[in-house]
Ligand binder design. Structure first.
Ligand code: ATP
Ligand code: MG
Length: 276
């Protein structure tokens, strides 16, 4: 076999890489020397305590904040992401936690808001067909695309928000706490959806506080602590205790492990998680 052609790194298609990314707000160092890699068809969970820098990282990637220093590489090219439009043009879509849906509009209108099919005016029939196509690809359970999103469940609303972000054909999709406000069945629905995104070859970045969700759906888990990287694990090769120890900064031993579990439980309680 010839070795003459320079072999690109063919095994995994690395879509997005951050190296030594820094971001401060005045005296607060929100991100310090952050490294992150996301490949096509990979789900990377980002976890960390409150104030760890997760949202700041999402905002750097979605063009809300410019980093102070460091490099961002997208599909092997160094890029800068000065504003949200630049992120979308690159192929980085973000579903923010508030979803930014218009409650009084129906599913189709929410999906196409601001990007109605051209030319000329809205082509209602084409938009409806495209809406169903998209939702079917995502195996989404939406009863009708003509009902206001206000009448949908939390999981269905999350689905609409994700479907909406897919219309721009992104390569990387960032989900900020996609299951935070959801019950068990709806969470399962959204995690299914994340698997569909991976099957489509997207790189998925999922911010989460929920260890069960992370372990159910992520390939890798990246831990941030006090604005720094504090662990990058392959899910399946790491115990929940190890992840929690990385989140809390605890040295891994039986005593701190127990403390960490208690911490996590109280953190979940703070987040309004229903306890039985
Ligand atoms: N716009 C801002 N101005 C000043 N400080 C900020 C700003 N945004 C974030 N910070 C600070 O940066 C640090 C990281 O915050 P960030 O919101 O990224 O954390 P997080 O991991 O998303 O936390 P949470 O889990 O509570 O959402 C915190 O100390 C926060 O107070
Ligand atoms: Mg946050």
């Amino acid at each position: 076999m010839s070795t003459s052609s320079p072999a690109p790194q063919a095994v995994t298609t690395r879509l997005l890489s951050l190296r030594n990314v820094n971001k401060s707000f005045g005296a607060v160092a929100a991100l310090t020397d952050i490294n992150l890699d996301v490949a096509a068809g990979e789900v990377v969970a980002i976890v960390g305590d409150n104030g760890a820098g997760k949202s700041t990282l999402v905002k750097v990637l979605s063009g809300v904040h410019l980093p102070d220093s460091g490099t961002i590489t997208f599909e092997s090219n160094p890029v800068s992401i000065p504003d949200p439009t630049a992120a979308l043009h690159l192929g980085i879509a973000t579903v923010f936690q508030d979803l930014a849906l218009c409650d009084n509009l129906n599913v189709i209108d929410n999906l196409f808001l601001g990007r109605e099919l051209r030319p000329g005016r809205l082509n209602e029939a084409a938009m409806e067909t495209r809406s169903w196509e998209l939702l079917r690809q995502l195996s989404a359970k939406i009863p009708s695309v003509r009902i206001p999103v206000a009448s949908l469940s939390g999981g269905q609303r999350q689905t609409v928000a994700i479907a909406r972000s897919l219309l721009g054909n992104p390569k990387v999709i960032i989900l900020d706490e996609p299951t935070a406000a959801l019950g068990v069945a709806q969470t399962a629905e959204v995690l299914n959806l994340v698997e569909r995104l991976r099957e489509r070859g997207l790189g998925v970045i999922m911010i989460s506080h929920n260890m069960a969700d992370v372990r159910a759906v992520a390939d890798r888990v990246v831990v941030l602590r006090l604005g720094r990287n504090n662990g990058d694990f392959v899910v399946g090769e790491v115990s929940p205790e190890e992840i929690i120890a990385a989140i809390t900064g605890a040295t891994d031993n039986a005593v701190t492990r127990r403390t960490a579990q208690i911490d996590l439980r109280s953190a979940s309680a703070d987040k309004g998680v229903t306890r039985s």
